[in-house]
Design a protein around this ligand. Structure first.
Ligand code: ADP
Ligand code: MG
Length: 574
């Protein structure tokens, strides 16, 4: 078979360069990535075999195997999972499909160009690179793979420097074998000797213990290596399973360490940093299920991109059924990752059926409430962590105010907003209410493009003069949910740009009303002249008590759309 040489896609090349020059301080994670890919491949094969009787793949002993060869300094990770076709190898290994990657590389380049080393470090720490992390420890990687159901296999080879080669091979075991030729520099360093059984065991225990497939270590041939040699050397030893395979969500809370939870999170989210919050739920009774949910500590790059892969992994009685199960979590909580393991669902459930399944709908409701209540607890128990949560995800969560009326109060309860009270610290509605002036009935806000634009609005003048706090809403979604005039603690959220503003105590209001009355008469002629002149442009011209500096401003009626919303609708072509 001829050997074809291909060039890596530009982004892939940049990423590989970063791997070769080891941007991550902890190189051990390469093994986690390879084991994680192998585990995914086994999940996929089992599912495909379930759905397609004609696949003809052997699924009797699905497992992952690790084999180290000290004299030749290689480490092999093998799985008998789904494998890849020739074209899949080119597509999946030669290019980077993840839309977040391009954004990541751009941000990273900007941070570096700006000489901001700390920002660059922060970005790198958040970004997982999967298969390419092999090049942190290897100077050559060979991947041999055969897709389940196909006859021939594919061998992919690369040193990570710009190109890779591919050839078709007649004989290949089903699944994927990745062989790393380890870099020489690591051999001197005991801590990074990836041919040491001790080291391999330690990494698997640390990062991959919960993997639901057996991870087996092939013993070294006798006479090689040190210390761990078997006494009776001539019996061929069996591979040994080195992970416990225990489903963390099924174990009791005090049996599992935070680190173990975090590794599971990293496995299912492909994130490289620990989650902000871990949420457990055990539902007993007629419909039994367990859930282990994670709130990431940073928003993914593509959270607002259409087609963002959202959702939770669904298991049925410990068997993996599907990734990204949208039916289990509302869209405004799409950043939540985790596992739901149900006792009574069919293994053959499909996405279409799930949407209508009553049990799934019940789980969906319960899980959403559980997440919101966890955020509420965070708010009171750990304000700093809550602040991170809201900074990263507040914009998404507010979408729930449009779609989830059942939880609207709960969502408002965990929301916070920029405010005139403090330039830096956002305010919760609870804090706002506690600071309300005597006689103030409503919670005031103004929407706009930026804090600055809002603060310069003439609508703000009277509020500033009276020292009344105003919430400054700058996210596009804010324009929409405030339309429903939601209430918090019995107080309506009111725009300072709409209708009459009546600030002050009862007496002040009365006084102002009489004053306005008198002045209205005094200026009656001018006002009707102006109304006439401006007819078709404005509805009415009134004297205002809301201005202290500006001569005039445009006000919407209470139920009119705001100018910003008007321009948003216009932009949307409505
Ligand atoms: P990710 O796992 O985040 O998708 P990776 O870089 O780890 O990214 O892997 C890229 C893709 O290559 C995977 O999504 C998968 O489709 C394919 N792949 C990697 N390893 C294997 C494997 N052992 N078996 C089958 N497919 C694999
Ligand atoms: Mg991966």
């Amino acid at each position: 078979m001829p050997t074809e040489t291909f060039e890596f896609q530009v982004e892939a090349r940049q990423l590989l360069q970063m791997m070769i020059h080891s941007i991550y301080s902890n190189k051990d994670v390469f093994l986690r990535e390879l084991v994680s890919n192998a585990s995914d491949a086994l999940d996929k094969l089992r599912l495909e075999a379930l759905r397609d009787d004609a696949l003809g793949a052997d699924v009797s002993d699905l497992h992952i195997e690790l084999e180290a060869d000290r004299p030749n300094r290689t480490l092999t990770v093998r799985d008998n999972g789904i494998g890849m076709s020739h074209d899949e190898v080119v597509k999946l290994i030669g290019t980077i499909a993840n839309s977040g990657t391009a954004a990541f590389l751009k941000d990273l380049k900007e941070a570096r160009d700006a000489g901001d080393g700390a920002a660059a470090e922060g970005l790198i720490g958040q970004f997982g690179v999967g298969f390419y992390s092999s090049f942190m420890v290897a100077d050559e990687v060979v991947l041999l793979t055969r897709r389940a159901g196909e006859d021939r296999g594919t061998r992919w080879t690369s040193t990570g420097e710009g190109t890779y080669t591919i050839e078709t091979v007649d004989e290949a075991p089903q699944g994927t074998t990745v062989t790393l030729r380890l870099k020489p520099e690591d051999s001197e360093d005991q801590l990074h000797d990836y041919t040491s059984p001790w080291k391999i065991r330690e990494i698997v225990k640390r990062y991959s213990d919960f993997i639901t497939w057996p991870v087996r270590m092939v013993p070294e041939p006798v006479g090689v290596g040190s210390g761990e040699g078997d006494e009776d050397g001539d019996t061929a030893r069996e591979p040994e399973t080195i992970n416990s395979m225990k489903a963390l969500w099924a174990r009791s809370r005090d049996e599992v360490t935070d680190d173990e939870y975090h590794e599971l999170y990293k496995h299912i989210s492909h994130d490289w940093i620990a989650p902000l919050e871990t949420i457990r739920l055990q539902a007993e009774g007629t419909f039994e299920y367990q859930a282990l949910l994670f709130v990431p500590s940073h928003a993914p790059q593509d959270l607002f991109v259409q087609g963002y892969k959202r959702g939770i992994q669904l298991y049925v009685k410990r068997v993996f059924i599907m990734d990204d199960c949208e039916a289990l979590m509302p869209s405004y909580l799409r950043f939540v990752k985790g596992v739901v393991d149900a006792q009574d669902l069919s293994l053959n459930v499909s996405r279409e059926i799930l949407q209508q399944d009553r049990q799934i709908q019940l789980m969906h409701r319960r899980l959403a409430k559980k997440v919101l209540s966890a955020v509420k607890d965070m708010m009171s128990g750990d304000p700093e962590r809550y602040a991170t949560f809201w900074r990263e995800f507040g914009r998404v969560v507010k979408e729930g105010l449009l779609s989830d009326f059942e939880n609207r109060d709960a969502i408002l309860g965990v929301a916070s907003f920029a405010t005139t009270h403090d330039k830096e610290e956002p305010a919760t509605l609870r804090q706002y209410v506690e600071r309300m002036k005597d006689g103030q009935e409503h919670i005031y806000y103004l929407t706009g493009e930026s804090r600055e634009a809002i603060e310069n609005s003439p609508h703000m003048e009277a509020f500033r003069a009276k020292g009344v706090e105003v919430l400054l809403l700058t996210d596009p979604v804010d324009e929409v949910w405030v339309e429903a005039e939601p209430e918090f603690d019995g107080k309506k959220l009111r725009s300072v740009a709409k209708g009459e503003v009546d600030l002050g105590t009862e007496e002040e209001k009365k006084e102002a009303a009489t004053e306005r009355e008198n002045r209205q008469q005094e200026y009656a002629d001018l006002l009707s002249w102006m109304t006439e002149r401006l007819s078709g442009t404005v509805k009415d011209v009134r004297l205002s008590s809301r201005l202290t500096v500006s001569p005039a401003c445009i006000v919407s009626d209470t139920h009119d759309v705001t100018p910003a919303l008007e321009s948003m609708y216009r932009a949307m072509g409505q």
